[in-house]
Design a protein around this ligand. Structure first.
Ligand SMILES: [Zn+2]
Length: 297
C-alpha cells in the first residue's frame, strides 16, 4: 500500500514530457522493402499513429518526387484524407550549405503549387529545412529566415533526431535476403538508438533552457518506420511522453529562441544551441552507421 502510494507520488511529480512526431521526405523516402508500396507505407504509419491515438502528424513534402512519378499523388491523398497536414521540405531537397540563396528560395517557391492544391484551403505554411541545414553563413541564414517570414512560413524545428532514415536501406536488403538475425539487430538497435537520443534531447533541453521543453521528433516516411513506429510510441510512453501536435510543441517559448549561428552542418535546435554556446555534450552512444551500412551486403 505504502509502496503503491510512493510510486503514485513519484509518477505525479515526474515532469510531464511532450513530443510531436513529424515525418520528412513525403511522398517517398528510402529503399522500398519487398512487399511494400509507397501507399502501404503511408497507410501503415497513419494506422500506427491512429491506433496510438496520436494527434495528426505533419508530413513534409518534396513535390519534385511527384513530378517524376505522378502515381505518388496517391500517397499524399491517403495522408490528407486521414486529416494529416502537409508542410514544405522544399521542392527538390537541396542542401542549403551547397546551394545559393537565390536557388534555395526558388526551390521553396517551386514546392508551393503542389502544397496549395493538396492542402485545399488549409494551412501548409510550415517549413522543415532539408538535412536540418539552416545556413553555412550568417548572411544566408538570416536571408532564408527573412524569406520564410515574408512568405508566411513558420520553421518546423526539431529537438530529437536519431537519424531513423539510416535503417531503411539495410532493412530492405535484409528482408530481401530473409536474414532474420540481421533484422532482429536492426529492430533492437533502432530502439536503443532512439532511447539514447530521446534521453540526450531531454538532457540537452535542461542544459540549454534549464528545464524540460516540449520536444519535436524528426522521423521519415520509410519502410522500416512501418515496422518500428508502434514500438517507438511504446518507448515514448514508457519514458512519460504524451504525443502532441507540432503547433502545440511550438507554443513552448523555447521555439522562439534563435541560436543565430552559422555552420555547414547544423542539427536540431538543441544541437545548434549546444554548439553556439559551446556546451559540452552529455556522454551518449554513437549511431551505428558503419554496421548499418555494411549489413546484408
Ligand atoms: Zn529530408
Amino acid at each position: 500500500m505504502i509502496r503503491a502510494l510512493i510510486l503514485l507520488l513519484a509518477a505525479a511529480s515526474a515532469p510531464a514530457q511532450q513530443v510531436a512526431l513529424t515525418f520528412d521526405d513525403l511522398p517517398a523516402h528510402g529503399a522500398l522493402p519487398p512487399g511494400a508500396t509507397r501507399v502501404s507505407i503511408a497507410k501503415d504509419i497513419i494506422q500506427a499513429l491512429q491506433a496510438a491515438k496520436a494527434p495528426p502528424a505533419w508530413g513534409f513534402l518534396n513535390a519534385q518526387k511527384l513530378d517524376k512519378d505522378p502515381a505518388l499523388a496517391d500517397v499524399l491523398k491517403v495522408w490528407t484524407d486521414a486529416g494529416f497536414p502537409l508542410g514544405s521540405h522544399t521542392y527538390s531537397h537541396p542542401d542549403l550549405t551547397a546551394t545559393s540563396l537565390q536557388d534555395f528560395q526558388q526551390d521553396i517557391a517551386a514546392n508551393e503549387p503542389a502544397l496549395r492544391s493538396l492542402m485545399g484551403g488549409k494551412n501548409w505554411h510550415w517549413f522543415r529545412y532539408p538535412f536540418l541545414h539552416e545556413g553555412d553563413t550568417l548572411e544566408k541564414r538570416h536571408a532564408v529566415i527573412a524569406y520564410l517570414k515574408q512568405n508566411g512560413y513558420r520553421i518546423a524545428q526539431t529537438t530529437i533526431d536519431f537519424e531513423d532514415y539510416a535503417w531503411n536501406a539495410p532493412y530492405a536488403r535484409c528482408l530481401a535476403r530473409n536474414d532474420q538475425p540481421a533484422i532482429d539487430w536492426l529492430k533492437s538497435s533502432y530502439i536503443s538508438t532512439a532511447a539514447e537520443y530521446i534521453e540526450l534531447g531531454q538532457k540537452m533541453a535542461r542544459l540549454v533552457y534549464g528545464r524540460d521543453i516540449r520536444h519535436v521528433m524528426l522521423l521519415h516516411l520509410g519502410g522500416f518506420q512501418t515496422v518500428m513506429l508502434p514500438k517507438l510510441i511504446d518507448l515514448l510512453r514508457e519514458r512519460g511522453f504524451t504525443l502532441i501536435t507540432l503547433e502545440e510543441a511550438h507554443k513552448d517559448p523555447a521555439y522562439q529562441s534563435d541560436p543565430d549561428a552559422a555552420a555547414k552542418n547544423t542539427g536540431t535546435l538543441l544541437e545548434q544551441w549546444m554548439d553556439a554556446r559551446r556546451i559540452e555534450y552529455p556522454p551518449h552512444a554513437r549511431k551505428p552507421f558503419a554496421r548499418l551500412e555494411a549489413l546484408c551486403r
